[in-house]
Design a protein around this ligand. Sequence first.
Ligand code: DX5
Ligand code: ZN
Length: 220
Amino acid sequence: MIQLAPSILSADFSRLGESVSQIERGGAHFIHVDVMDGHFVPNISFGAAVMKSLVGKTDLPFDVHLMIEDPDKYLEDFVTDQTEYIVVHEEACVHLHRTIQHIKSLGIKAGVAINPATSLTMLDYILEDVDLVLIMSVNPGFGGQKFIPSALEKAKALAGIKKECGLDFKIEIDGGITLDNVKEVTDAGVEIVVAGSSVFGAEDPEKRVKEFLDIYKESE
Ligand code: DX5
Ligand code: ZN
């Protein structure tokens, strides 16, 4: 099954609860939580308190994308009953294997993200340990950027490795996804699609989620 994870980075923060209800009614599968620290990426978004304000306000699980340096310091803060994945950046982790084990020790599924310029080979010795690989299709830091096409090749290559090695991590993509290019990414083997501005920038986010899900049916 292909899943949709709308990013609340592009939502109206003054009415976050209602925004989340809209995507839930549309049939979204996760809430993608983009945490930025102003160091690893040149922007600050929000922290665990904002995410925790949604606990109990929605049944959707959280897909937490930590774009922060030294994530080990903050992992515990993001653990809630609704936290499904915590995803850290390969580029931000000096001891990635340890960080992945740390996430798992908290009872949360562990993911690793790679920036557009990072090769898949950086993940050779961690793929067996992760529950999810997030391929960035923009340079992280901002919503509303343009999709970088080489992410498609990366997704295809990763899907090939996953099959060949019999691994069962999920493949996620994040950045610049719209109704116009989502079929290409799902055809490439992506299983979880993050979409920020294309969902929350739409006049009717609930309807926009349904439009994404309709396109998925063509790839499934
Ligand atoms: C980028 C974030 C993305 C972003 C996606 O740094 O990780 O999740 O919000 O937004 P769009 O879909 O607008 O590119
Ligand atoms: Zn993200």
